[in-house]
Ligand binder design. Structure first.
Ligand code: UDP
Length: 467
């Protein structure tokens, strides 16, 4: 018998719509959150800008619009904003978004209601789209924010924006400051956007601006886990009476309990999946994996030094050199390391980190890479450049004890740092720390773990409010 319309509407799953900044470090955690939430029974629409729509839909294997694909007990679908063409430069993109973003997003939200999929909740990953929650509020829709950096970095920004901390001068490395739940730090441990020397003023403004309104979000989800950042999580509620509660839902990773869940990937550059076969052919715990993420650009001189440094370790290495940087490789380098060294434009990073041949990760310490190496239990050579990479590096090396710091891309320094992380006197201890943290990370996202329980509670609350 036909279902009466009222019953059909009542049994439709709540609709959660994510709006994601089109950078790789945002797309990965947002898409993984989309899948987690959908698996628990929601209809999830993942949206971003038109400029990345075609690449994302192709990587995920899902076309935009329509009903999307089943994920666990729910579905994930894709839709992209009709926001015009921002141009390739990040500053241009941010200026473009200020004017084109809000009306395009409002239109997208209204379209959902018109097509009988009213949105119960928006998830925005604010930094560079701080208007998203205001647009949602204008449509009467509650917002959750996904904070894609650590709780420690959240605390640093929060204290700064509310005038609760003064960072020491950058030219005084010995000067220290202390925030509740965090170890003593110097200016070098502060996200570089907050320091006077920061050249990226638009970024800094956008990041800081979101903290003025973040208290309006109904939930602040964070890609971290309670066991990793217990002290700072305990200290945050006391910072001001209005400090939002951080709800840990991470690590947002694809590989669970050895099971690959990497259908619907978000790679904006096509990954060289065949490098996993290359890893299969290497001895256990032998390979140095090196990647600086999706945004950091090393100078031509640094690329050359890194090349010589990696080659001089005598170990097999897998190095991600994005296409724009490949011309800076020394002449004849690829031939000289052929067989022992592999260079790829983009790797399936989580699978590389989880591979038994991988011995250490030379990383820029973006927060996604940081959590992925924690989840995989792989020690690091930390080579941070800017933003939150500096506090993340300090955290990995000094607090978690799972790696060494590389300062400057000189070839001898690269070789020494890799040796220290793989075979030095403290290498065994670093590996043991990394493995212990890996077990804790996996337990947090396993059924009933702390982050899994937080995702379930969030889904239940969205369903309750929309019911
Ligand atoms: N990544 C990848 N293949 C690569 C390099 C990076 O899949 O060759 C992924 C990585 O797993 C992570 C993201 O890209 O999820 C980079 O995010 P992160 O926060 O580490 O750095 P960002 O690119 O934002 O600086």
């Amino acid at each position: 018998a036909a279902v009466p319309p009222a019953v059909a509407a009542a049994s439709a799953p709540p609709h959660l719509l994510l709006i994601c900044f089109p950078g790789q470090g945002h797309v990965n955690p947002m898409l993984r959150l989309a899948k987690r939430v959908a698996a628990k029974g929601l209809l999830v629409t993942f949206s971003s800008l038109a400029s990345v729509g075609a690449r994302l839909a192709a990587a995920a294997g899902v076309s935009a619009g329509g009903d999307g694909v089943p994920v666990g007990r729910g579905r994930v679908r894709f839709e992209f904003l009709e926001d015009g063409d921002p141009g390739p430069d990040l500053d241009d993109l941010m200026r473009h978004l200020e004017t084109a973003g809000p009306p395009a997003f409002a239109a997208l939200l209204r379209r959902q209601a018109e097509e009988d999929r009213p949105v119960a909740c928006v998830v925005a990953n604010n930094p560079f789209m701080p208007w998203a929650s205001d647009v949602a509020a204008g449509e009467g829709i509650p917002t959750a924010v996904l904070w894609v950096q650590s709780c420690a970095v959240f605390s640093l920004y929060y204290h700064h924006v509310h005038g609760l901390v003064e960072f020491p001068p950058e030219d005084d490395p010995g000067a220290r400051f202390k925030l509740p739940g965090l170890p003593e730090m110097s200016a070098a441990d502060v996200p570089s956007f907050l320091l006077p020397s920061n050249p990226l003023k638009l970024h800094a403004d956008a990041i800081i601006r979101q903290f003025r309104t973040i208290g309006r979000a109904s939930w602040v989800l964070v890609n971290s886990f309670a066991e990793l950042e217990a002290d700072v999580l305990a200290a945050l509620p006391g910072v001001t009476p209005r400090t939002p509660e951080l709800i840990t839902v991470g690590p947002l990773i694809e590989l669970h309990q050895g099971q690959e869940d990497d259908a619907m990937r978000g790679d904006l550059i096509k990954a060289a999946d065949d490098c996993v076969e290359w890893l299969d052919a290497q001895p256990p715990r032998s390979v140095v994996y090196a990647s600086m993420g999706s945004v950091v650009v090393l100078s031509p001189g640094e690329v050359a030094e890194m090349a010589h440094g990696l080659a001089s370790t005598g170990r097999p290495f897998l190095w991600v050199v994005r296409p724009d940087t490949q011309p800076h490789l020394p002449e004849g380098f690829l031939d000289s390391v052929s067989g022992r060294g592999a260079v790829v434009a983009w790797s399936p990073q989580e699978r590389v980190l989880a591979h038994p041949s991988t011995a250490c990760f030379l990383t820029h310490c973006g927060w996604n890479s940081t959590l992925e190496t924690v989840a995989a239990g792989v020690p690091v050579v930390a080579f941070p450049q800017w933003g939150d990479q500096c506090p993340d590096a300090r955290y990995l090396v000094e607090e978690l004890g799972m790696g060494v710091r590389l300062r400057g891309a000189r070839r001898e320094a690269v070789r020494e740092a890799v040796e220290a992380a793989v075979a030095g006197p403290r290498a065994g201890e670093m590996l043991a720390n990394a493995r212990r943290l890996s077990a804790a990370a996996r337990a947090a996202v396993a059924p009933g773990g702390s982050s899994d329980a937080h995702v379930q509670a969030f889904v239940d609350e969205v369903a309750r409010r929309s019911g």
